[in-house]
Design a protein around this ligand. Structure first.
Ligand SMILES: [Zn+2]
Ligand SMILES: [Zn+2]
Length: 351
């Protein structure tokens, strides 16, 4: 059996949603260090972020590769902690992940939430049900850890936490009855996620995201911009200049990816996000879109199993011609330039 996702790079956001009166920060910090190190030993393209609750909830403006920097943000002597309900943590993390997803493709996203015995009850799970469902195919996995809580606690919060996890792409509810056992769960937590029932393989990804959610992703995408004075500029897919009715369009985010509109439509077949007409720039990976009817016109109706041979051939040529940048290299370069800053959320603004 093929496990297509075991190679997929994971960006992981870890929320420390517990009270340091109950949980020794030093122990958690040690476990986090082990988690980051184990994940990086498996795959050094994984990135991390933290949600901290000292005073107002705060997280880094972007994922980072810098484990030491992240650990330096986890203070061992914090007292001023305001934990929030798990559904609020998920809401905050998803808001952040959606921003990242606009510019970063081909990743698995994970939310890992550490809670304790005084976890606030889950009462507003409905606020994230729809959002978890819409973002499921990005995909997003959610793990929830209960520190100082016994295994097999079958109470109301157990059921609600399992429900929250089930609305995501998948994940585990993990009980750690004694903090000294925390270390033991780290190796499994560091394993890459995959969902053997639902992770669909590349050839049918064109229809992976439910039609009803296409608008949501469309709103996150940008339109390629027409180049008014192309001069000698050539299309990176067919190597031709602009022609009378065949203008060149550029990615508005990087200005560097340039193709005819028809060539963009062919490129969408190779790089779409699971909605046919929404795809990624080969240079900067920003989500772009074309009008759906236009893509249908170029590629043929999606209902037809195979495109006409002459269309399929052009699509294939475009896929071969377009030089795709190395996303991991780009992300590493960006991360080396500066340390991402902490963004504070006002507690009142959290749902
Ligand atoms: Zn072209
Ligand atoms: Zn671009």
């Amino acid at each position: 059996m093929v496990r297509p996702n075991t190679e997929r790079s994971e960006d992981t956001i870890v929320a420390l949603d517990f009270d340091p009166k109950n949980v020794n920060m030093r122990v958690v910090k040690g476990a986090l260090e082990k988690l980051f190190e184990t994940k990086h030993a498996k795959d050094n393209t994984d990135r991390f972020n933290l949600v901290l609750f000292r005073g107002n909830p705060a997280y880094l403006e972007d994922f980072t590769f810098k484990k030491d920097y992240l650990l330096s943000l986890v203070k061992e002597d914090v007292e001023d902690i305001n934990t929030v309900p798990v559904e609020s943590v998920i809401f905050m993390a998803l808001t952040f992940l959606i921003e990242v997803y606009k510019k970063v493709g081909n990743k698995f996203f994970r939310i890992i939430i550490f809670t304790d015995q005084d976890m606030k009850p889950v009462t507003k799970e409905f606020i994230v049900q729809n959002l978890l469902d819409i973002t499921k195919e990005m995909p997003v996995y959610v793990d929830i850890i209960r520190l100082n809580v016994k295994d097999g606690t079958k109470d109301d919060s157990d059921a609600k936490l399992r429900q929250l996890i089930s609305w995501s792409k998948g994940g585990e509810l993990i009980y750690v009855p004694k903090l000294k056992k925390l270390d033991e769960i780290i190796p499994e937590l560091a394993e890459k996620k995959w969902n053997d029932q639902e992770d669909i393989f590349e050839e049918i990804k064109e229809i992976k995201i439910p039609e009803a959610y296409a608008d949501f992703y469309e709103n996150l995408s940008m339109d390629p911009a027409v180049i008014e004075n192309p001069g000698e500029t050539k299309c990176m897919a067919c190597f031709q200049q602009t022609q009378d009715n065949n203008m060149l369009f550029k990615c508005p985010s990087c200005d560097n990816a340039i193709m005819h509109e028809v060539c963009w439509a062919h490129w969408s077949k190779t790089s779409n996000i699971g909605v046919r007409h929404i795809f990624r720039c080969p240079i900067c990976f920003t989500m772009l879109k074309l009008p759906r009817p236009f893509v249908d016109e170029v590629l043929g109706p999606i209902e037809e199993e195979e495109a006409a041979p002459e269309v399929a051939q052009v699509t294939q040529e475009v896929a071969q011609n377009v030089q795709v940048a190395d996303q991991n290299e780009l992300l590493k370069e960006k991360d080396q330039k500066a340390e991402p800053k902490l963004i504070e959320q006002l507690l009142d603004s959290i749902i």
